[in-house]
Write a new protein. Structure first.
Length: 168
């Protein structure tokens, strides 16, 4: 029960940080930090895949409601939840994943987490920015925006992830 409450708290905190803080910061047209995907990334490996999909959709819908983005984040959250399994298979440790363990730096190391997080983040950002522009006339701008925003998101997610981990 405590674990479920912890994940509900993560959901709420990440949603509020995303919508009330990060979505309000405008540094440049190239920089958008999306921290809400950390929620889907941290779920334990043995979480039911349909529950992960549902939670990704729900998180995306909540971000869409706050930002009036008409399903863009819902589709991106669903995509991240879907590809999560494949990315986890690609970066699987030699001795495999430990059931009921949170996917974090403490359990799997910095290098593993950076590879895993960056792969998920770049997939998410490419989806968001390609569908945001809906044309390939400015593809270089879109790719640059996805790249810079991915690095920014990775830095913010790593910082936020480390803050969440130290609270344990």
């Amino acid at each position: 029960m405590i674990e479920k409450l912890k994940y509900i708290l993560y959901f709420v905190v990440l949603l509020l940080v995303q919508t009330l803080i990060l979505d309000q910061i405008c540094v440049s047209v190239y920089v958008n930090a999306f921290v809400y995907i950390l929620f889907m990334m941290m779920l334990p490996i043995d979480t039911n895949k349909y529950l992960v999909l549902l939670l990704g959709l729900l998180m995306g819908l909540c971000v869409d409601m706050f930002g009036a983005t008409l399903g863009l984040h819902a589709s991106a959250g669903l995509l991240v939840s879907f590809v999560r399994t494949f990315v986890l298979d690609i970066y699987s440790p030699h001795d495999g994943y430990v059931p009921n363990k949170q996917l974090n730096v403490r359990n799997y190391g910095y290098l593993w987490f950076l590879k895993y997080a960056f792969t998920i983040i770049i997939i998410h950002h490419l989806w968001i920015f390609i569908f945001e522009n809906m044309n390939f006339a400015n593809i270089l701008f879109t790719l640059a925006k996805a790249g810079v925003s991915s690095l920014t998101s990775l830095a913010v997610i790593l910082l936020f992830h480390l803050l969440l981990m130290t609270r344990k």
